[in-house]
Design a protein around this ligand. Sequence first.
Ligand code: ZN
Length: 217
Amino acid sequence: MIEELISLLDSVSLSDSDDKWIWDLDSDDTFSVKGVRSFLDRRELPEGAIPTRWNKFVPRKVNIMIWRLLLDRLSTRYNLSRKGFDIPSILCPICLNSVEVLDHIFGGCHLASKIWNAIGRWLEVSLPSDKGPKSILEWLDSSGLVKKKKDVIEVIIYTAWWTIWRARNEIIFGQPNDNKDTPFDSIVSISYLWLSSRNCKFYLNWVAWLKNPLLNM
Ligand SMILES: [Zn+2]
């Protein structure tokens, strides 16, 4: 027994450096929340699913809504009917013209189209012709823009999805809305509020933001 222990120790060489913890999921041995998240995504998400995204410049409730959106777990009328809920209609409550699926409500519906056109003009970018959530994110990820600009656009995209979903819920649940702003006006002001209050490096003033947030970056 003792020989076995000695032979085990034979190959061990000790150095003078301090003891330290090593995180071997990431190549640089350093722990990161991002590393854990991609590890869990690789293990848990079905193939082809969009990896979990977390944007620190928007409130947690928005990140949770986006997380559910990207997994197609929002309670769209189509998803509810698929789960066996007896609902009066599966048509989009905004236009009453198409089945309410994710790509329609956030991309193809006239409200969403109007919003994306306005955002494209505001940021002076050409968004993809398919405005479904997956395409919009693929476009952003492969846009070749610098990270600072991508972060800002991601906040604006998330705010747009958040605003569209709220507008849709207001129609379904008849919530009173005293806000006289158009959905696009709300997106411009809410995304500015979230970014300027959560990003200490954010320096754009309101007038520059209104003109085009990407211009002076
Ligand atoms: Zn619609």
